[in-house]
Design a binder for this molecule. Structure first.
Ligand SMILES: Cc1cc2nc3c(=O)[nH]c(=O)nc-3n(C[C@H](O)[C@H](O)[C@H](O)COP(=O)(O)OP(=O)(O)OC[C@H]3O[C@@H](n4cnc5c(N)ncnc54)[C@H](O)[C@@H]3O)c2cc1C
Length: 410
């Protein structure tokens, strides 16, 4: 098979939220960029479907919000939970200081296709699908490019900067020898769809019972369901059989009784393995990791996409000028890590606390669940629901696009 070599300013491995947002912003700022995505399209089973208020705000700042919101989506203004027989609203986003006071639930492939379409408006944007980064090229202690496997043979990309945005199982970070700390997760998630009827409740909510947890996201004509099991518990679930699993689901959501038989085989139920980790150092000369490649996020709170996007914005802000001028230095890479590591560390700490205090306890419990004190406070004082809303909707240290092209337009 023929091999090819291209030369660019920046190559991004991974066309997820982090990689596509960074590629779009850098291309827009006039930086030559190649993005490699190992899959043929963005149409994958599950990629997390949440677009957060801070991301929507940024899209607004770029003048693209009206076009973006034409894509089909559902709005989530409040998040609720059922603990035993108590129903509690946990978070109220309607007071956020943003244009969109809600989380937009949108298939992630629509979000990524939107970013790809925006990127393609710029001649500096080069997205290659079915291109899997497999190796780094190192010269004199510096990363100067990578090799990718494509259907046409090996593609060599030489560049001033390699960005690892290839997610939780990042090849780039492994090949770069970057070391991560693993914080563990007590659960995995079984992910499946159920039809949603017009007469169903419209709320997106979580339900906790002794030994069981399930989340249902309203996706218009279907429910996206996440059934939480103890880490590594899939073999037991399989051994108990599909009927037993259907029964567990119904015990959590009786409303699905008239359609549970649409869960026909284990092929309809995907196992999503949960990991939480963070790199000790996100970069080395010529290379940086962002998004889950730098800090794999737990699904708790559904904030990983937002963090990945915010990393991309911070990286674009810092790098666009130096990459264009050919003056990028290690200090730029360190500055991105310093800025974003705080947000990642803080958010992961909250996720780990919830994993340990709520998820682990619920999954291990055989007694009726007590509503945690913090949740009682949210139930008693609705104004307090603005706090989790801020953490979920905006995150820690929300970013705004400050690339030279945007600043020049101000
Ligand atoms: C069960 C579960 C549920 C979750 N639910 C949510 C949620 O609802 N909301 C939320 O905000 N977050 C959620 N998260 C977290 C969220 O999925 C991640 O934090 C987020 O996707 C990170 O984005 P990313 O761009 O860094 O990586 P990814 O989304 O993982 O994207 C990486 C991309 O790189 C590609 N790739 C991988 N390797 C290579 C390679 N070698 N070469 C080229 N391409 C490659 C992949 O195909 C992929 O497209 C969930 C996580 C889990 C485990």
């Amino acid at each position: 098979m023929p091999n090819a070599t291209v030369r660019t300013t920046c190559v991004v491995a991974g066309g997820g939220p982090a990689g596509m947002m960074l590629a779009f912003l850098l291309a827009r700022a006039g930086v030559q960029i190649v993005v490699l995505e190992k899959h043929a399209d963005f149409l994958r089973d599950f990629r997390g479907d949440t677009v957060h208020p801070s991301t929507l705000e940024m899209i607004h700042e770029l003048g693209l919000l009206d076009e973006f919101l034409k894509l089909p989506h559902q709005k989530v203004e409040r998040l609720a939970g059922q603990i035993g027989d108590r129903h509690v609203v946990i978070s109220d986003l309607t007071h956020l200081p943003t244009r969109c006071k809600y989380i937009a639930l949108m298939p992630q492939w629509d979000f990524l296709n939107f970013l790809a379409a925006q990127g393609r408006r710029y001649p500096t944007f080069d997205l290659r699908m079915q291109a899997e980064a497999v190796d780094l090229i190192e010269e004199g202690g510096r990363i100067v490019g990578l090799n990718a496997r494509t259907p046409d043979g090996t593609l060599t990309v030489r560049s001033d900067l390699v960005v690892g945005a290839d997610g939780r199982h990042s090849t780039v970070r492994g090949k770069a020898g970057l070391v991560s700390d693993d914080y563990g997760a007590p659960m995995d998630v079984l992910w499946f769809r159920m039809p949603r009827h017009a007469t169903d409740d419209s709320e997106t909510f979580g339900h906790v019972e002794p030994g069981k947890m399930m989340i249902m996201l309203n996706r218009g004509d279907y429910w996206q369901c996440a059934y939480v099991i103890p880490k590594g518990g899939i073999e037991r679930v399989h051994a108990e059989g599909l009927d037993a699993f259907r029964g567990r689901v119904l015990a959590m959501s009786p409303v699905l009784g008239d359609r549970i038989d649409q869960l026909r085989s284990w092929d309809d139920v995907k196992l999503l393995s949960v990991a939480v980790d963070r790199l000790r150092r996100w970069w080395r000369p010529g290379l940086i990791c962002i998004g889950d490649a730098a800090h794999a996020m737990s699904p708790v709170g559904g904030v990983g996409i937002n963090l990945a996007v915010q990393d991309a914005v911070a990286a674009a802000n810092r790098l666009a000028g130096p990459l264009k001028a050919g003056t990028m230095s290690d200090a730029d890479l360190q500055a991105i890590e310093t800025r974003r590591a705080f947000a990642a560390r803080f958010t992961q700490r909250i996720q780990l606390t919830i994993q340990n205090q709520v998820v682990s306890r619920a999954l291990a419990s055989t007694q009726p669940m007590k509503v945690p004190f913090a949740v009682e406070l949210l139930a008693a004082f609705p104004v307090l629901r603005r706090i989790p809303a801020r953490l979920l909707g905006l995150g820690i240290r929300p970013e705004h696009v400050r690339t030279p092209d945007v600043l020049a337009a101000c």
